[in-house]
Write a protein that binds this ligand. Sequence first.
Ligand code: XMP
Length: 510
Amino acid sequence: MQKRPVLVLNFGSQYVQLIARRIRELGVYSEIISPKTPAQEIKKKNPYGIILSGGPASVYKQGAPLPDRGIYELGVPILGICYGLQVIAHQLGGKVAKSEKQEYGRARLRIIRDDVIFEGIPKESDVWMSHADKVVKPPPGFVPLAVSENSPYAVIADTKRKIYGFQFHPEVTHTVFGKEMLANFVYGVCRAERNWEMGDFIREKIEEIRQQVGDAHVIAALSGGVDSTVAAVLTHRAIGERLHCFFIDHGLLREGEREEVERNLRALGLPLKVVDASEIFLERLKGVVDPEEKRRIIGRTFVEVFEKEAKKIEGARFLLQGTLYPDVVESAGIEGSAKIKTHHNVGGLPERMNLKLLEPFRELFKDEVRQLGKLLGIPEHILKRHPFPGPGLAIRIIGEVNEKDLATLRRADAIFIEELKKEGLYDRVWQAFAVLLPVRSVGVMGDVRTYEKVIALRAVESTDGMTADWYRLPYDFLDRVMRRIINEVEGVNRVVYDISSKPPSTIEWE
Ligand code: XMP
C-alpha cells in the first residue's frame, strides 16, 4: 500500500531535497512533486499535508509557477515556505510586493501569538531568511503569528483552515528550531502518523549507490559477517552483477566456516568467488610467534591475494566496505579495534589500485545494519553472528600457527559454540570463542598420565567491542563444555575460563 505522504510541491528552491529529508527524519514519508500537479491527483495520494517550497520566482510576475487553486479546498493542512508563503498570500487574496529591504541570512524571529506550530519553541529564536519579496497584506482570515525585524508577517496562518506560511526556511540548520517547527507542522497540525523508517532508507541508498557508481564495477571482500554481508546484498540490489564479491579463505577459519559462508552468500544470490589461499598464509606464518608480526603478515598477504583477484575485474573502480558510523568516528585518530579492522580490511589497496571507497553505512550503527539486513531478507543466523577478527584463528593460537593446532582449536571452538546455541546462550553473549594455549599440563585419563595443551574459553558481553566484561556463564554449563572438550578433542587435557574484563585485558588474546 502507498504510504500517506507529506507532499512537497517543488517551486525550484535549492532546499527542496532538504525539506523532504527533514520530514523523513521525523519519521513520516515525504515525496517531492511538480508544482503543476492537479489538486485531484494530489487528493488521490491522500497526503497528511502539503508543503509549498521556496523558489526563485516572483508571484506577481508573468509566468510564475503557481499550484492548482483546488489544493486549498482539499481540507489538507498546507505550509508555504518563503516563495510558498507568497504563493498562498497571492492566491488567497493577500498582497505580495518587492521588499525594499531584502532579507538574507540570520534574522530574529519573535512569536506574537501562541499556536501549536510553536509548541516547545522559545518566544525568540534565530531563523534563516532568503527573500526579495514579502507579504504586505495577508489574505482574509490570516493573522500574523510571528514577526522579524523586516517582516511583520514572518509567520502567518489561517489556523481554522490549517494553512501556514513561513517567510524563513525551517529546513536549514541555521534556523535553530526549524526541525521542531516542522515536527509541529507534521505531527501537531497534520496529525501525521509515523510511517517512514529503515525500509525506506534501503530504497534511498540503492538510488544513491546507482548514482555514485554509474556504470563502473565494484569489488568487495566478504567475511561472512554482518556488515560486509548486508553491504553486499544492498549493493547487489543496486547494481546487480557489476558487484564482484570475494571470499578469501586464509586457512585460519573456524570449523566448517568456509562452506557455511559460501552457502550463506550464495543463497543470498551474491556473485561470489571463493579463493583458497590457505597454503600461502600458513607458509608465511611458519615460525612466527609475535602477535603483531602475525597480524602484519596476514594483513599484507590478504591485500596481495585480493589485489590479484581484483585486477582481473575490468572496470572495477570502487571497493565496497561495511564501515559503520562508530568506525568512522573511531578511526579518526583514536587507537583501538576499529583501527585494527580498517587496516586489516583495506590495507592500502584503494590507493594502490586507485579505487574509491563505497561505504553505504557510514551513518549507521550496528543495530541499524542488523535491522536493515532483516528488511533485506538476510536470515537471522547471519545477522546474529558473533564478530570474528580478520586474522582469524591465528590470533587465538598463542605462539606458532600450524595445521595440527588449528585442527585442535577448531574442534574445541565448535563444541563451545554448539553448546552455547543449544543452551540458548549464543545470542546473549556478545562474542564467544576458544583459545589454544601453548602451555602443557599434566592430567590423568583412564589411569594413564597425560601431558597436553590447555584450552581457554572466552565469552564476553559488550556493546561495541571497545569495552567488555566476561559473561557469567552457569557453572553447570561450563562443566558440560569442559567434559566434552577433554573427551572429544585430542591433545587437550585442561579447560580454563577467562574472567578478565576489557580493559585492562583485550577480548582477543593476541
Ligand atoms: P580486542 O582484542 O581488541 O578486540 O579487544 C575487540 C574486537 O575486535 C575484534 N578484532 C578484530 N577484528 N580485525 C578485525 O576485523 C582484527 O584484526 C581484529 N582484532 C580484534 C575482536 O574479535 C573483538 O570483537
